[in-house]
Design a binder for this molecule. Structure first.
Ligand code: NAD
Length: 314
């Protein structure tokens, strides 16, 4: 049976990735409809009417979208974080939701190291910096991205620590990281890297009390979601500590919050506060291809074989 797959990407994939997605859908006899770089939600609401399946990135799938999606059976978030899908609403309508776990992990891991080295070398301003070898990095969440960062950290001669209550401590140890029993325990280490999903439990969980515990040169790395950090607390920490650094791929959407942080740190040279221009962790040729193609394959496998391995639950 022919199906229509809507590629709804407010931030488009690289053209090459789109061709590869289309190769998968057309091999299955499906039609790929592209809604890329759209400017208003109305465009999405119109486009979704004919879709049997949807591939999205950070695009929001909420009740309003579902109300217009009469034929929709499956939505796949080409990427890891799925806080942009209202899972209660998709479940309520009997629409299956999936992500593409692990497909962009290496891209994010390399960005983490890019930001760490930029900060350790004072953004290449001509002054003496420091090396990462023998330093400690602690992971909040030890899923696909954290493990990819951990692998690179091992090669850099760093020591890894991890807190993830959903993974047995023995398994963390087997992978070569030292398990940490509490979130607070992470903040004894120089680097803390956030790799948890945004949930009620993790929202605003990184606060002043934790950040003030960090040793000298304490550096928080955030490639997860900006909402995991308590932003007002972060401003206070910058004011209280001249040594604290924040390396962030997920700057607040809220301009005022971003400006307050920038003003508090007074960091003209980008040593202590790094914000990428927009969320760039997964913005590589490889991650675009991996996530896009995985999403298309998951849709075909769902329709042709009833495959629901990557289905998400509210
Ligand atoms: P993942 O699902 O593989 O790993 C998440 C881990 O967090 C899991 O091991 C889970 O057990 C753990 N976890 C959940 N709740 C926790 C809690 N309360 N305390 C401690 N651990 C908890 O996902 P991933 O691929 O590693 O990605 C992690 C997050 O990073 C995503 O949810 C997404 O928000 C973000 N991300 C951002 C980018 C980017 O472009 N910057 C790209 C990929 C992922």
């Amino acid at each position: 049976k022919s199906r229509t797959v809507l590629l709804a990407t407010e931030k488009a994939f690289a053209a090459d990735a789109v061709s590869k997605i289309e190769a998968v859908t057309s091999a299955a006899g499906y039609k790929l409809v592209r809604l890329e770089n759209y400017k208003s939600k109305d465009d999405l609401l119109k486009a979704v009417a004919d879709a049997d399946a949807m591939i999205i990135r950070s695009d929001k799938v909420d009740q309003a979208v579902l109300d217009k999606a009469a034929k929709l059976k499956i939505v796949v978030r080409a990427g890891a974080g799925y806080d942009n899908i209202d899972l209660k609403a998709t479940e309520g309508k009997g629409v299956v939701s999936m992500n593409t776990p692990g497909q962009n992990a290496n891209a994010v891991a390399e960005l983490v190291f890019g930001m760490m080295i930029t900060s350790a070398r004072n953004n290449y301003d001509g002054t003496s910096g420091f090396e990462l070898v023998n330093r400690s990095i602690a992971f909040y969440g030890f899923g696909a991205v954290a493990r990819a960062v951990h692998k690179l950290a091992q090669r850099f001669g760093m020591k890894s620590f991890a807190y993830d209550p959903y993974i047995p401590a023995e398994k963390i140890a087997e992978m070569g990281a030292t398990p940490v029993a509490t979130v607070a325990g992470l903040f004894e280490h120089q680097y803390v890297s956030l790799h948890v999903p945004l949930t009620d439990e993790t929202k605003a969980s990184i606060n002043k009390a934790l950040l003030m515990k960090m040793p000298k040169g304490g550096t928080l790395i955030n490639t997860a979601r900006c909402e995991v950090v308590h932003e007002a607390d972060m401003v206070e920490v910058f004011k209280a500590r001249q040594d604290f650094c924040y390396l962030c791929d997920v700057a607040p959407d809220d301009k005022a919050a971003k400006e307050a942080m920038t003003a508090a740190v007074g960091d003209k040279f980008g040593k202590r506060l790094i914000f990428t221009a927009k969320k760039m962790g997964a913005q590589t040729l490889e991650a675009n291809d991996n996530c896009g193609v995985a999403a298309a394959n998951q849709i075909v496998a769902f329709f042709e074989k009833g495959e629901t391995r990557f289905a998400l639950k509210a």
